[in-house]
Design a protein. Structure first.
Length: 288
């Protein structure tokens, strides 16, 4: 069947052809039977959503059976190299690194790796801004995963305290807010190694119980990586409505849009494109 949007879709297919990835096309879906995968191409065609060729019903149909991920045109336009590498990684084209060969670097031990605290934070910010879908977050606890002299992954955690259930309780909660690796690298055991380090750091404190919560992005993942680490599915987050900057193809979240919109004219506002992501799944791990 002919693809529904030849410009964006053909660019994606050109990358697959160059990499000799077998596929077939069915409407806005690219099928990879040998990987049990289906990629839904989501064009940004107007200010209306769902995009043309992708209704809510069809998205649900595609999300059952084989594993599905979604490739949005704005992601492709704003960071084509990173996005294409990430796509190919899902299809078996990647470099493998074993986590046992890596070191976890934090603010506590960064000087052991020749990094000042400021340089460490700068490197974490630069890496996550480049390779995480939603970029770096200020005010978090940063971790880097280094292989030899290179940063190959970064993570962030945010600490919160839970209400005590007993007078003797000292319950600690962390939100695992960010994790990203180089898009063309698969780190065997990478998530687990970072989690082990944060738990080791926490265990040095007088804590009666620990809760770690995170989210998996439904555009790219079904959350299996968290499930394998012992996290339990705790719910779903509905899709978020974004505005897309027509000049940069960058997503503007609702908070950013609320701050930006008063500074724009009606004519400028009309140029911004409205889109929705696929929502996310919430995962929680509780340890005593």
């Amino acid at each position: 069947m002919q693809i529904l949007f030849p410009s964006f879709g053909q660019e994606v297919l050109d990358v697959l052809n160059t990499s000799n990835i077998p596929y077939s096309v069915d409407g806005n879906a690219v099928l990879f039977p040998q990987h049990n995968l289906r990629m839904i191409l989501v064009p940004i065609v107007s200010q209306d959503f769902p995009p043309q060729g992708l209704s809510a019903d069809s998205a649900l149909d595609y999300a059952t059976g084989v594993e599905t991920f979604f490739l949005y045109e704005d992601r492709w336009r704003s960071s084509r190299t990173v996005t294409s590498q990430r796509m190919l990684s899902r299809l078996g084209v990647f470099r493998r690194v074993h986590a046992r060969l890596c070191k976890v670097v934090s603010i506590k031990n960064c000087k052991d790796f020749g990094l000042s605290p400021d340089t460490f934070r700068s490197k974490a910010k630069k890496f996550l801004d480049a390779f995480h879908t939603y970029g770096y977050l200020k005010g978090q606890e940063d971790y880097l995963l280094m292989y030899k002299e290179d940063i190959i992954a970064a993570a962030q955690f945010m600490k919160t305290y839970l209400p005590a259930e007993k007078d003797t309780d000292n319950r600690l909660a962390y939100e695992w807010t960010r994790y990203a690796s180089l898009p063309d690298v698969r780190i065997a055991g990478g998530l687990g190694k970072v989690l082990k380090q944060i738990l080791s750091d926490i265990s040095q404190k007088d804590i009666s119980s620990i809760e770690i919560m995170s989210y998996s992005d439904n555009e790219w993942s079904n959350g299996d990586a968290y499930s394998k680490l012992g996290f339990k599915l705790a719910g779903n987050t509905p899709p978020v409505t974004y505005r897309i900057d027509p000049k940069t193809w960058k997503r503007i979240n609702p908070r950013q849009w609320a701050a930006l919109k008063p500074r724009l004219t009606d004519k400028e506002i009309a140029t911004y494109i409205t889109s929705q992501n696929q929502g996310s799944c919430k995962w929680i791990s509780r340890l005593s």
